[in-house]
Each structure stands twice: as C-alpha cells, then as structure tokens.
Design a protein around this ligand. Structure first.
Ligand code: ATP
Ligand code: MG
Length: 627
C-alpha cells in the first residue's frame, strides 16, 4: 500500500555520484567555529572570497527549506512577498542619510555615468519609496511586505563563514500603519511578527531566546532580537533566572544598586601623579598602583543638534528642570555630557541617552579638546570648567571611599578624588548632575525585575531582529497619508529581519557532534540517505530504487549514496553531512529481505527492518520529527 504523503509534491531523489557534494577531510585552517568548519567539510559551501560563499546543492536545499518556513510564517502574519532591486540609487538616501550613517559598511559602485549606487544592506528606503508611490490614505493601511534576497555589507571583519558574511541571505519585512495601538496598529503587527519569528526558529530546530534590544522612539522596548544560544556567539545576553527577563548588553537594565550621597569624607589629600605614555586604564592603574575598580572613567559625549538628525526621536531638548528651579528657562542648552563609570565598567551609550533625555554620540575628539576637555584625562571636575556640560554619574561610581581619576590635564592623574571636595555645589543642582544606571550590565548584577535575583550571562547569535521604527523613515522621506479627519498624518513603520543564511549556520552550531552535522528534520537537505554497500550489485540498486520511489511519492527527499567508494568513506561522509535517517543496503540484510535503519541523532546503533516496512518506518519518524 502506498504511503500517505507528508507534502503535496513528490520528494527529490538524488544520486550522490551525480551531485556536487565535495566533502573534505580537513577544513581550511582559518575556519574556527563548528558551523564554518562543518559546512565547508560537508561540502555545503565553498569560499569564493572574504565573506563570500557559494551555496552548493546541499546548502541550497537547506536554505530553500529555511526560506519556505520563513515564507509560511510571514504569510501567516498577512504579509505579502515582493522582490525589490538589490541596487539602490544613492539619491534614495538623501532624506535618511543612511549612506552616511552606514559608513564603510555600505557597498557602493559607480555606473558608467559616474552615478553612485549602493548594494542594499537592507531596504527601508526602497520599500518606503515603493509604498509611498501608491498609498495615500489611512484606509490603505496597515500593509506588510517582505522579501527574501541577498544583502550586502562590507563588514570590517567578515568571519565565521556564513555567520558574518559580506553577501548573505536575509528576509526583510516592513509594515506600515496609521496608528500604534489598536486593530491594524504597529503593536498588533509587531506581536504577530514576534510569534512568527518564534515559530520560524522553533521549526528550524533552534533553541533561542528573544531578548529586549534597543529602546525606541515609541517608548518602552522598541525591539527584540532573537538569539540562538551558542557559546560561539558574538553577542552577550543577560537573563534574570527568576523572571525570564532577557536583554542584550546594549539594553539590559540593572536593578537597584547602592549609591553615594556625595557627603562621604575624603580618603586623603588630592595628589597629582605624572602618568605619561600609558595607553589605557589598566596601564595607568598598574603604574599608579590602583585597581581599575577604584578608578573613575569619565567619557565625553556631545549632544546632537536636531537638524543633524533624521530620526523622529524627540528632538534634543534640555533635561527636565528640577521643580522650583526658576533659572532653568534662561539657562543655555546642554552641549556636552560627561558619563562617569567605574574603571572596570563600560559606559552604555543608550543609557546615557535615557538618563540625560538627550540624543548624544561619543564626542568628536577635536571638538571636545577645543571646548576644553583633556581627552584621555578628563575628570568629573570638568563640569565646573566647560560651560553647558551635564555630569552623569553611575551608581557604583558615586560611592564614597578612595578614587583615582584623570587630572584634567594631559599626562596626569589624581589620587584621593572626593566627590564633594572636587566637584562642589554643582552636585546639588539636578540640572547639571544626575545619578543613574549608565553602564553595561554584567553577570551578578541585581535583576531589574526581581530584587532578590542576580543576572546571568550567556552567549548568543543574533538570527532575527524585529523593530518598531516609528516615523523615522516616513518622516525623512516625506511619506504621509490622509487621516480620517482629512489631515496629513505621518506613517508609522516597523521592520523585521531574519538572517536566513546565518540561521542555517546557527542551526549547525547547535546541532552537531564530533563527527559532523545532525540536521533537524525540517531543514535537512534530504530526509533519508540510502547507502549502497555494493553499488555495482543490480539487486542493491533495485532495492534502493524501489525504496526511493516509495519515499519520494510520499514527498520524502532521498539521497542515494551510490558512489564507488569504500563503506568506511561513505559512513564517515554520512556522519559529516548529517541526513537524519540512514538506510543501508547490504548483502547480509538483503538476504533477510531487510535493510539497516539508523538515525543520525543520538547513539542509535541501527537495526534491521523488513524492506516492506522501511518506507513506513521512515515516514513515521519524519512526521514525528516535523511535529
Ligand atoms: P549584527 O549585529 O550581527 O551585525 P545587525 O544587527 O547589523 O547584525 P540587522 O540589520 O538587524 O543586523 O539585520 C537583520 C538580520 O540579518 C540579523 O538579525 C542577522 O541575522 C542577519 N545579518 C546581519 N548581518 C549579517 C551578516 N554580515 N552575515 C549574515 N547575516 C547577517
Ligand atoms: Mg540587529
């Protein structure tokens, strides 16, 4: 009796001897992480240049399966597939200035007339242009569009094979709305996308964590990253074991920490020390015999003027004045921000923005020097000497006790820095001094969601990112629609990316052993590998053909290893390539009208299955694994 099909179309049947599966005994030395090594060795990919890879037949089969899952999940959100040109005329960036913001990451080429064109790193501008061309009323919204195409980024350090390429496959989706809340609003689509992403990565056989990422223009957490849990990951994730809160290091809040009162007594007399030619805080610390956790690190930021910025975040305004401060209206705006953290901590730029309420970037060194900051040697005292400066102090750096700091002049540091003595009465003016959470979270910090719990860290690979853009692009490109009240209103957008090729590699990071890849069933290039012990024997060929026919008519994909190779070579390659189900056809089993059935996963030793039952056995295992 014929098998009940698992899908509507026939499965593929491929003969290894006629395919391009160039397995390698060794991977090139530069390949370090498991997915890079194994995808090369198993003959899935081939390097063509730095960060540029061929997807050979096996890889392309898996990528198509990943894409199919992505498509199904995107379609389920109501998004429609499109395909935008990879070439993006540079003029499209006129309003958004992303050509400038992307910097060297953007691949640019000039055509025969000398006009510049970019190779799309993502397509916010192109898609906004496309939609703006034909949507003019709120009635045409919401609208979600997606595509699956190659993206180009001239990464500074392309590495880890497909994990960070310069040309890679991405699914990028964009949604357009008239409102944030309610039916048809951005939040509704965002939540649908969140579910679609969770389904996609689960179906790709990945263990992942959705983490809160950047804060955004709409308030709250404007974005989530989907992180595949892997030690080889480049990103640090922080999690609260008690509540499930998870965030990336750029975003992670820290629970309440003790802070100082600025009334603590000095630890000694302020002493200047000559510290020439010491490149970093560790070298300075060694030289003056102070541990970095007793040093103050003061980083200078500049406040961007609103005209410089294409984004729709609240325009830089002065920080809210404390109640009763009658001088505030007349005070000049803040131009500089000093962020002070402990020497062993890292300043978090996003938190500097949140605590200051201003749009800031790291100060341009030349401009900061010209304003009077001794870059490299700045101390919090500069708040008193450089006008229009706001001093932000991280809780840990505000405590009393011994501190070393820069001395506000080149090549000098000070010991016994005391907040009250050195900074004085400005500390009491909330307009100029604020205390808060300014640094990157780390393992052991108090959880922001449960006072009793401590944050733990893990490594991850970012495979997806969903983002509430707000009106950043529509504003910059002048895209408005008529509202119900016949007013022109800005269009609210979201964007949603999945690294398709990175997802395939991330799956290998999680699904492999010392011998090779172990593909999760839904994205395996083939479901079943039939290995012929003696390809020259007609009865082996006949048994393989019959089984393959039966399987493929049920929609099951079959690879037949019919190569004229020693069994040892074939078994090694089978482990390497990682097809989930293995059927071996040999004399001994055939004599008993059986084949050997073995799973790649676990330490299945294999068992004999009557030929007549083999196909059903495969089908049942596949259906169970796809559920
Ligand atoms: P990363 O921080 O890893 O550089 P990103 O945040 O710049 O990535 P996005 O702009 O959010 O990336 O792109 C959407 C998705 O595209 C990412 O979540 C990631 O999965 C994938 N991606 C980005 N850059 C690369 C790359 N160089 N190679 C492969 N995949 C990538
Ligand atoms: Mg991202």
């Amino acid at each position: 009796m014929a098998l009940t099909p698992i899908v509507a179309h026939r499965g593929s049947v491929t003969r290894w001897s006629q395919s391009l599966i160039p397995t390698l005994r060794e991977a090139p030395a530069e390949a370090e992480c498991p997915s890079h090594v194994l995808l090369l060795r198993a003959g899935f990919i081939r390097k063509l240049g730095a960060g540029i890879y061929d997807y050979l037949p096996l890889a392309w089969r898996t990528l198509r399966k990943v894409q199919q899952i992505v498509r199904e999940e995107m379609d389920a959100t109501g998004a429609q597939e499109i395909s935008l040109p990879i070439l993006v005329p540079i003029e499209l960036y006129a309003g958004t200035r992303r050509d400038r913001d992307y910097g060297d990451l953007l691949f640019k080429l000039s055509d025969r007339k000398g006009a510049l064109t970019a190779l799309g790193p993502t397509h916010e501008e192109s898609v906004t242009e496309a939609v703006a061309g034909s949507v003019s009323s709120y009635k045409q919204l919401p609208l979600s569009l997606y595509q699956i195409t190659n993206k180009f980024r001239d990464e500074a350090r392309p590495r880890s094979g497909l994990l960070r390429g310069r040309e890679f496959i991405m699914k990028d989706a964009y949604s357009f709305h008239a409102t944030v809340d309610g039916v048809g609003g951005l939040n509704e689509t965002y939540d649908k996308m969140f579910t679609a992403y969770s389904n996609t990565f689960r179906r790709c056989g990945l263990s992942f964590t959705a983490v809160e990422a950047e804060s955004g223009p709409i308030g709250g957490s404007a974005s989530h990253e989907f992180m595949v849990n892997a030690d080889s990951g480049e990103d640090t994730i922080l999690k609260c074991p008690a509540t499930g809160y998870a965030a990336n290091v750029e975003k992670c809040e820290i629970g309440t920490r003790p802070h100082g009162t600025f009334q603590e007594p000095p630890s000694g007399e302020l002493t200047e020390i000559h510290t020439p030619n010491l490149p970093g805080i560790h070298e300075v610390g060694k030289f003056i015999k102070v541990k970095p956790d007793r040093m103050l690190k003061t980083i200078v930021f500049q406040v961007n003027s609103s005209s410089e910025s294409p984004v729709s975040e609240p325009p830089p305004s002065e920080p809210p004045a404390p109640a009763g401060d009658s001088t505030s209206l007349a005070s000049p705006p803040i131009r500089w921000i000093l962020a002070v953290v402990r020497g062993d901590h890292e300043v978090n730029e996003g938190k500097v923005r949140i605590v200051s309420g201003l749009k800031v970037t790291l100060a341009d060194e030349k401009a900061a020097r010209a304003a009077g900051f001794a870059i490299g040697y700045v101390s919090p005292r500069s708040v008193n000497t450089v006008p229009n400066t706001l001093l932000l102090i991280d809780a840990d750096a505000s405590l009393g006790g011994f501190w070393a700091s820069g001395a506000d002049k080149p090549d000098y540091h000070v010991k016994h820095f005391n907040w009250r003595r050195e900074v004085g009465s400005k500390l009491d003016e909330p307009r100029y001094v604020k205390l808060g959470d300014l640094r990157n979270a780390r393992e052991g910090d108090p959880s922001p969601r449960d006072p009793g719990a401590k944050l733990v860290t893990a490594r991850g690979i970012e495979v997806g990112h969903i983002f509430k853009l707000g009106t950043k692009y529509s504003d910059a490109m002048g895209f408005k629609v008529h509202s119900a009240q016949q007013q022109q209103q800005p269009v609210i957008m979201g964007c949603y990316g999945i690294g398709v090729s990175r997802t395939m590699a991330a799956s290998v990071e999680q699904n492999h052993d010392a011998n090779g890849i172990i593909w999760p069933m839904p994205i395996a290039p083939y479901h079943v590998l039939i290995t012929l012990m003696k390809p020259e024997a007609p009865e082996h060929q006949a048994a393989a053909k019959q089984l393959a026919d039966e399987l493929s008519s049920a929609g099951i994909d079959v690879l037949i290893d019919d190569r004229d190779e020693r069994p040892g070579v074939k078994f090694k390659d089978a482990d390497l390539v990682g097809i989930p189900i293995r059927i071996t056809i040999g004399d001994k089993a055939l004599a008993e009208k059986s084949v050997e059935y073995k799973l790649r996963k676990g330490d299945d030793k294999g068992s004999l299955v009557p030929i007549t039952e083999a196909a059903q056995r495969c089908r049942d295992a596949i259906v169970a694994a796809m559920a």
